[in-house]
Design a protein around this ligand. Structure first.
Ligand code: ADP
Ligand code: MG
Length: 401
C-alpha cells in the first residue's frame, strides 16, 4: 500500500514535493497549463495545512548541465498564476542557494527549485545528490506519476531519507489504474492500437494474461492480419514480427483471452487529407493501397459488445487519426465509450501520448473515468512493470530518524 497525505502530519514541516513541471512551452511561455492545474489540489492542501512546500521537478533533457533555456523559472511563475498564490524560485535545487531559499520560507509558502536534471546525479540516482536534496526537507511527497517509471534521485533516491507519501494526483492515478487492471470489474477489455507491434510487445504479452477481451486496431492490426495470411497491400506493418504476432494469438487462446481483430478497413492509395477512400473486407485489401483506419463494421461489432463489458483500458488510436477521415473509427468508439461511462455502465481508463491527443480531438477527454497523461509511466504500468517511484512510497518509515 502506498502512503498518502491522509497519513502525513505536514504542519510546520518542510515538504519536498516531486511534481511534473515538464509542461509544453512555446516562445518561452507555458502553452498548456493542464499539468500545473492538476497539481493545485496537492499544493493547496499542503500549504493550507501549514507546510513549507518545496517543489522539485525535471524539465526536458539538459543531461546534467545548466541549460538556460531549460530553466524552471518561467514555469514557477506560471504555477503561481494557476495557483493564485506567490511562488518563490531558487536558481539551484541543492547547495547554498537552495538552502538559503528554504530557510526563508514561512509555513504555507511555496518554493520551486531549479531543474533537477541540471545535476548529473539526478538521472544516475547518485546517493550523494539524493542526500543533498534530502537536507532540504523533512517529508517527501510525490505527485509525479509520469516520472515514476524512472529511478532517479528526485523520484526514488531521496525517498529513502524521509517519510514518503503519494500526493493527491499520484493517489488518484494509482487508484484509477488499480481499478482498471489490478482488481477490475470483469469482463475487462483492452483496446491496443497505434502504429507498431514492436513498441507494444510487453504490453500485449501482459494484457493477454490479464484481460478477457483484447481488441487490436491501428497499423498494429495489419501485422496481425498479415501474420494470419491476409494480404495487406501497402499498409504499414512489421513483416519481421509475424511469428511474434502468431505467438501472441496462441498465448491468448491458452489464457482464455478473446482477440478481436478488424473485419474491415478503410483503404486509400495515398496518405493525405481527404483522399479517395474505400471500405473493404480484410480479405480484399487491394495490393496498391494502405489500410489507414479500421472499418465501420469493425467499430460497430465492438460497440455491440460494450454492454457485456465492465472495464475498458484503451491505448492507441484505431487509425491514422491525425489525417482525416482516418480518425472516424477512433471518434466513433470514443463516443460510444464516453456514453457508456457517463451512463455508469463501464469504468474506462485511457492513456498514451497519441491516445490522449486523439481523445482530445474526439472531444471526450473529460468523459472517461480516467485519462492518464503519464505517457511512458502509464505504458510501463500496463506492461506489468514495477515503477520505482511508486515502490518508494510504500516504505515502512517508522525507523527513519
Ligand atoms: P500512443 O502514443 O497513444 O501509445 P502510438 O504511438 O502507439 O500511440 O500510435 C499512434 C500512431 O499510430 C498515430 O500516429 C497514428 O497515426 C498511427 N496509426 C494508427 N493506425 C494507423 C494505420 N492504420 N496506418 C498508419 N498509422 C497508423
Ligand atoms: Mg505515440
Amino acid at each position: 500500500m502506498t502512503n498518502n497525505l491522509d497519513d502525513a502530519d505536514v504542519a510546520g514541516k518542510r515538504v519536498l514535493l516531486r511534481a511534473d513541471l515538464n509542461v509544453p512551452m512555446q516562445g518561452g511561455a507555458v502553452s498548456d497549463t493542464t499539468r500545473l492545474e492538476r497539481l493545485v489540489p496537492t499544493i493547496k492542501e499542503l500549504s493550507d495545512k501549514g507546510a513549507k512546500v518545496i517543489v522539485l521537478s525535471h524539465f526536458d533533457r539538459p543531461k546534467g548541465k545548466v541549460v538556460d533555456a531549460m530553466s524552471l523559472r518561467p514555469i514557477a511563475t506560471a504555477l503561481g498564476e494557476v495557483l493564485g498564490r506567490h511562488v518563490a524560485f531558487a536558481a539551484d535545487c541543492i547547495g547554498p542557494v537552495a538552502e538559503a531559499a528554504v530557510a526563508k520560507l514561512h509555513n504555507g509558502d511555496v518554493l520551486v527549485l531549479e531543474n533537477t536534471r541540471f545535476h548529473a546525479g539526478e538521472e544516475t540516482n547518485d546517493a550523494g545528490f539524493s542526500k543533498e536534496l534530502a537536507k532540504l526537507g523533512d517529508i517527501y511527497v510525490n505527485d509525479a506519476f509520469s516520472a515514476a517509471h524512472r529511478a532517479h534521485a528526485s523520484t526514488e533516491g531521496v525517498a529513502k531519507h524521509m517519510p514518503a507519501f503519494a500526493g493527491r494526483l499520484m493517489q488518484a492515478e494509482l487508484h484509477a489504474l488499480e481499478k482498471a487492471l489490478g482488481h477490475p470489474a470483469r469482463p475487462v477489455a483492452a483496446i491496443v492500437a497505434g502504429s507498431k507491434v514492436s513498441t507494444k510487445l510487453d504490453l500485449l504479452s501482459n494484457l493477454v494474461a490479464k484481460v478477457d477481451i483484447l481488441v487490436i486496431g491501428g497499423a498494429m492490426a495489419n501485422t496481425f492480419l498479415a501474420a494470419q495470411g491476409y494480404s495487406v497491400g501497402k499498409s504499414l506493418q512489421e513483416a519481421n514480427l509475424h511469428d511474434t504476432a502468431r505467438e501472441i494469438l496462441k498465448t491468448a487462446a491458452v489464457k482464455g483471452c478473446e482477440i478481436i481483430l478488424p473485419l474491415d478497413v478503410v483503404v486509400s492509395e495515398t496518405f493525405a487529407e481527404h483522399p479517395p477512400t474505400q471500405v473493404v473486407k480484410i480479405d480484399a485489401i487491394p495490393a496498391n493501397m494502405m489500410a489507414l483506419d479500421v472499418g465501420p463494421a469493425t467499430v460497430a461489432a465492438f460497440i455491440q459488445r460494450l454492454p457485456e463489458i465492465k472495464t475498458i483500458i484503451w491505448n492507441g488510436p484505431l487509425g491514422a487519426f491525425e489525417t482525416k477521415p482516418f480518425d472516424a473509427s477512433t471518434n466513433a468508439l470514443a463516443d460510444a465509450i464516453s456514453a457508456a461511462t457517463k451512463a455508469g455502465k463501464i469504468i474506462s481508463v485511457g492513456g498514451g501520448g497519441d491516445t490522449v491527443s486523439a481523445l482530445k480531438l474526439a472531444g471526450v477527454q473529460h468523459d472517461l473515468t480516467y485519462l492518464s497523461s503519464a505517457g511512458g509511466a502509464f505504458l510501463e504500468w500496463m506492461e506489468g512493470k514495477i515503477l520505482p517511484g511508486v515502490v518508494a512510497l510504500s516504505q515502512d518509515f517508522s525507523n527513519i530518524g
